[in-house]
Design a protein around this ligand. Structure first.
Ligand SMILES: Nc1ncnc2c1ncn2[C@@H]1O[C@H](COP(=O)(O)OP(=O)(O)O)[C@@H](O)[C@H]1O
Ligand SMILES: [Mg+2]
Length: 336
């Protein structure tokens, strides 16, 4: 039986260390760890809980080894925070599920990711990066514009003030975001059209879309985007619908092109939004997408597509094993 280490950032571990609610919004709940542990065991793996990067480091130094690691750590500090576990595992020659250090770092920085996407011809909104609020005065992109922290997730920093209609509003929101998140602000052309989130498994040529979900903003939704409040308190505000119309299919194609361009692996989710003409543009990708069994978007999407939680985890580990034929040969998948 293949031995799998599970690396994760348990939210409570970080709350105990004094981190705040919003700072730890992306971290994992006990339910996620239990869900993953059960699904991996059901798929025929012997699972060991490892925990966050420092626990992984201690165990590695102590001599612990696994056939592979299922890694969902997002880390706490630096632009390499999502790359720390992959780097450590690369150093010890232990294979892991999900993307490598280059991709996790590149996709965490939305501006750098968009430069690569633009090079590969993947449609994405024009943008500028502001490191100082005063720079907002000199922005020449046409309004309205959309401002958000360059390297956050879970809708942090996205809310009513994110959409700016003039230089005064843009400068104000930029100042607030820099003060709150201590990082540059990415300012993009505002995309007013439909929003989709696309689930993907696999990598490169074999990557495939598992479902395209439209994010529908009800009248009770908090203004201007699928931000922190709408994500945390989605009931009554946000509706989700599996969609297959031509615009949705085009959104799936854009998501897949971006997934390949950024060399994402195994499984995740890409966010896409249309312009006024209904043309989908790549917003961002989550190569470490949330895997909460009851309310993560990727899980919703796969449920809509008829998959149980363990089917999703199985598709992800199958994609990983495709990259590691020697491990695949040793794995006996449990009956469904
Ligand atoms: N250029 C844009 N135009 C309009 N809305 C946007 C734009 N960029 C982001 N948004 C909105 O903000 C939300 C969060 O942005 P995103 O980059 O996906 O951040 P996160 O990593 O926090 O999910 C998106 O789901 C979308 O609703
Ligand atoms: Mg997003």
């Amino acid at each position: 039986m293949l031995r799998v280490g599970l690396t994760y950032d348990l939210r409570q571990d970080y709350l105990d260390m004094g981190f705040g609610e919003e700072e730890t919004a992306e971290f994992d709940s006990p339910r996620t760890i239990e869900g993953l542990e059960t699904a991996l065991a059901d798929l025929g793996f012997a699972v060991e809980r490892v925990g966050h990067v420092k626990k992984l480091a201690e165990k590695l130094v102590g001599g612990a080894r696994w056939d592979f690691v299922f890694n969902i750590c997002e880390g706490v500090s630096g632009l390499g925070r999502e790359s720390q576990v992959p780097c450590l595992l690369d150093a010890y020659g232990i294979p892991y599920v999900f993307s490598d250090p280059l991709t996790t770092a590149l996709t965490l920085d939305k501006a750098m990711a968009k430069k690569v996407l633009a090079h590969d011809g993947v449609p994405t909104a024009d943008f500028v990066l502001l490191t100082d609020a005063a720079q907002a005065k000199a922005v020449t992109l046409p309004f309205p514009l959309f401002a958000k922290p360059v390297a956050e997730g879970s809708g942090k920093g996205v809310g009513p003030a994110s959409k700016a209609s003039n230089h005064v509003e843009l400068e104000a929101v930029t100042a607030d975001l820099i003060r709150q998140f201590h990082q540059p602000v990415i300012v993009e052309t505002y995309l007013p059209g439909r929003e989709f989130t696309v689930g993907i498994v696999g990598e490169g040529k074999t990557a495939r879309v598992i479902g395209i979900m439209e994010v529908i903003f009800d009248t009770a939704a908090t203004a201007n985007g699928y931000g922190y409040d709408n994500k945390q308190h989605w009931e009554g505000k946000i509706g989700y619908e599996l969609v297959t119309d031509p615009e949705a299919v085009a959104a799936g194609d854009v998501a897949l092109a971006g997934w390949r361009s950024l060399r994402c692996r195994d499984g995740g989710r890409a966010d896409v939004k249309s312009d006024a003409a209904g043309r989908p543009h790549f917003i961002e990708v989550n190569p470490l997408a949330g895997l909460h069994p009851d309310y993560s978007d990727l899980v919703f999407l796969s449920n809509f597509a008829g998959w149980r939680y363990r089917d999703l985890i199985g598709a992800i580990t199958d994609a990983f094993l495709t990259r590691h034929p020697a491990l695949a040969a040793r794995h006996v998948r449990a009956a469904a």
